[in-house]
Design a protein around this ligand. Sequence first.
Ligand SMILES: Nc1ncnc2c1ncn2[C@@H]1O[C@H](COP(=O)(O)OP(=O)(O)OP(=O)(O)O)[C@@H](O)[C@H]1O
Ligand SMILES: [Mg+2]
Length: 372
Amino acid sequence: MVVVRLVNVTKVFRTGVVGVKDINLTVNHKEFMALLGPSGSGKSTTLYLIAGIYRPSSGKIFFDDRDVTNVPPKDRNIGLVFQNWALYPHMRVYDNIAFPLRIKRLPENEIRKKVLETARMLRIEKLLNRYPWQLSGGQQQRVAIARALVKEPDVLLLDEPLSNLDAQLRISVRAELKRLQKKLGITTIYVTHDQAEALAMADRIAVINNGRIIQIGAPEQVYTKPATVFVGGFLGNPPMNFVEGEIIEDKGKLYIVIAGQKIISPTHYEPIVRRRGLRKVIVGFRPEDTMILPECRDRNECVKGMVYAVEPMGREYIVVADLGGELVKAIVPRTLVLTDDQEICLCPSLAKIVLFDPKTEKSLESLAAEKD
Ligand SMILES: Nc1ncnc2c1ncn2[C@@H]1O[C@H](COP(=O)(O)OP(=O)(O)OP(=O)(O)O)[C@@H](O)[C@H]1O
Ligand SMILES: [Mg+2]
């Protein structure tokens, strides 16, 4: 039973660069936590802090109630897979996997048993006599994971373990890895910059940017209720659309004016919009929650736009629409026939619209939560 907890952890490198700032993160027992963010956001730094390779400049790290802040990596019982797997090139697969057990000075027959068992689990038992250069990328990656798992770690730390694989292999290995993690029940922190991977694999996602954790939540929650414009724009393919909106009141009802046309403001936003006296907002809506109609029937739920381009994606079409000079995307069924420059009606699902404060770029929900 291991819960990993980071409390106000900051890492400033000797160069003065801030790696991560004031990180608070709890990863529950058996949980699969994805640490998701763009390049340079502090993902590896966070992982190395948990591993003990880096020491925090301030803050504390706990494994359960044990303060491990100053405990060296070898005494933390972690399994770590580095960003660039780094197998020992002069050792056969067998010896690569056996290495952590030899350091522990386990008897050779016990080592043999554990290596075979782990290799079987990762389906690399036929490769044990090969050298790393005789393996494909996907096989090397499995060996690296086997080496991390063989010592039955309390915490599994994976730094972009699939990033060097081609797209198809990545998708098949990610399902395997997810199953394996559930089966073994090891508390896992998985670093990735690939939002699809994080959504597909994780129990919860921690989104990190500029060394700070922006939002932590279940995939569904982070996806549908992004706490900031950054999160909405980082998750999803295509990402969330954002347009400027102005709040107006007409006969006691609130509306949002987008590209000179008014739509009804989602009712659940009414209290906070009124309380804060907000005039301007950023309106976020996802391409898959946006309907395209040939023309608008005046119900104040849609806005007129023009077809800028149509991208056939196989299963569906992505319509790029010009909305008063701003480009937004909608995913539509293949049956819809559209031509460039055609006038269309764009209807974002009112229930799924997310409003953001333009000053802080935080969602109105998260601003409201801060207050309470
Ligand atoms: N050893 C180091 N010394 C000085 N600065 C560092 C060191 N390691 C990382 N940094 C800096 O800290 C910041 C965070 O780096 P980190 O490696 O954690 O990013 P990352 O999210 O893992 O990125 P990537 O996706 O590219 O691997 C970056 O600005 C980076 O340049
Ligand atoms: Mg990294």
